[in-house]
Design a protein around this ligand. Structure first.
Ligand code: CTP
Length: 445
């Protein structure tokens, strides 16, 4: 019996896929199809796949051309599969010509003619309404957002708002945007969604007005510095059926998402402690160190370290202690300790003190170790008492990583989902609660 194998995402199954499967089937007697898993697709940079893995497997099965379906989960799996299933022929579309010649060592490699004029990308683009995004603010993060947006389909960054027209104009010129504005209402009337990347004390007003005008909002972290205002924004989004998302990039990247799923599934036993550190030295004259601009290590960086803590330990803590180290205006470093009824968590954040930026999640059977910079998760290990049981996990973290939050944002808009498990409204509100509690204690002293 001649066995043939082929692989693909098979998103929004189309004529090209069916032709390819028929041609592959004709090469032998038994056809195996490897459908890519969601995490593998994201890892290899294929964002915005429309159908879920289950839907894609079902559509491939329903073609009636396939004898067996497997899931492709990791880079290098093809060699393993070819040997495991005793494959005679590896077949793939001609757009891949030459790319799989390394498999010739294991079986015959056949490049089949690709059907012209159709692809999943094209179908996704036809179906997805282009989302016009406007940016509020012209700072460093806004500048990084534009090149990142090019990696996400269905998005067009069309304009920028800044109260100073000169800044808005030069930003628009630099990035070839369609328009620049210093009038917020007018700016909102030209777009579908807003990316708020202004100094954080202004987030609330910009986000609120955008939501009240029917615009979806992706808001830089910290969304606001109080739980009341963050909750108010989520309520406004809910009342208007809009997406509101806090742009903590780590929350949406493939490595971190998988880490959280693994440890929550019991891979290291019951989680009892989390220790996260994020420090970033800044110049002494920047906004981040200004008290009037709401700066300081906690307000700037706590969103990151609180993310793995809240995601794994939850929010039913008994107490929080802060140990800040301050200059004349803000905390340049803060160590925090959170006591849970049955566990602990600790964190360090610093704008004026440098430390090792690692994340350790400890459980009753083992621990997860994520080396610096853990907030750009591309690697972690699960370690156990027996050192030979260590498991290593590798991921891609592309570019500045802002593409992951943007991809999640437009997918939510597209699918009319207003809540994502990766960072729920409650998670954002809890982060604001802890930052606010810290700021109240600082002001009281
Ligand atoms: N394929 C084909 N003809 C097309 C589209 C795809 O023969 N018009 C083949 C690919 O060469 C591959 C298989 O179908 O062997 C699965 O490809 P996949 O990447 O899932 O499909 P695309 O439509 O190319 O997807 P995308 O646009 O997301 O890259």
């Amino acid at each position: 019996m001649k066995k043939v194998i082929t692989y693909g995402t098979f998103d929004m199954l189309h004529k090209g896929h069916i032709n390819l499967l028929r041609r592959a089937k004709d090469l032998g007697d038994y056809l195996i199809v490897g459908v890519t898993s969601e995490s593998y697709d994201r890892e290899r940079g294929k964002l915005n796949v429309h159908d879920s893995l289950l839907e894609r497997v079902e559509s491939v099965r329903n073609t009636g051309l396939v004898d067996e379906i497997i899931i492709e989960e990791y880079f290098g799996q093809k060699i393993d599969d070819i040997q495991k299933y005793n494959i005679d022929i590896f077949a793939i579309g001609s757009d891949w010509t030459g790319k799989f010649n390394y498999l010739k060592e294991y079986c015959e490699v056949v490049y089949l003619p690709r059907t012209k004029g159709i692809s999943s990308t094209q179908l996704r683009n036809d179906m997805q309404k282009m989302c016009n995004i406007g940016i509020v603010g012209c700072g460093r993060i806004a500048n990084r957002f534009i090149p990142e947006s090019k990696f996400v389909s269905g998005v067009n960054v069309s304009g920028v708002f800044n109260p100073h027209m000169d800044s808005a104009k030069s930003f628009a010129d630099r990035h070839s945007l369609e328009f620049a504005s210093d009038n917020y209402s007018d700016f909102l009337s030209h777009i579908d969604a807003v990316y708020v990347a202004s100094p954080h004390l202004s987030h609330y007003e910009y986000a609120k007005q955008a939501l009240e005008n029917g615009k979806h909002v992706l808001c830089e972290k910290p969304m606001t510095l109080t739980p009341l205002s963050t909750a108010d924004l989520y309520q406004t989004a809910k009342d208007n059926g809009l997406v509101l998302l806090e742009a903590i990039k780590t929350a949406y990247c493939p490595g971190f998402t998988h880490l959280i799923s693994l440890v929550k599934s019991g891979a290291i036993g019951t989680i009892k402690d989390v220790d996260a550190t994020f420090t970033k030295l800044v110049d002494s004259d920047v906004r981040e160190l200004s008290a009037v601009a709401g700066g300081g290590s906690m307000s700037e960086l706590a969103s990151y370290v609180l993310l793995p803590i809240i995601k794994t330990m939850g929010t039913d803590y008994k107490s929080i202690d802060f140990h800040p180290v301050c200059n004349e205006s803000v905390d340049i470093f803060t160590r925090g300790l959170i006591a849970y009824p049955n566990g602990t968590a600790s964190f360090k954040v610093g704008l004026g003190v440098k430390s090792e930026g690692q994340l350790i999640i400890s459980g009753t059977k083992g621990y997860a170790y994520v080396p610096a910079p853990w907030w750009k998760t591309d690697y972690f290990e699960l370690r156990f008492e027996n050192i030979s049981d260590t498991k290593k996990y590798f991921y891609r973290f592309e570019g500045d990583g802002l593409r992951y939050e943007l991809e999640r944002f437009v997918t939510m808009i597209d699918k009319k989902d207003t809540v994502t498990y990766q960072l729920s409204p409650q998670d954002s509100i809890e982060i604001a609660t802890i930052i606010n509690y810290f700021r109240e204690k600082m002001n009281a002293n």
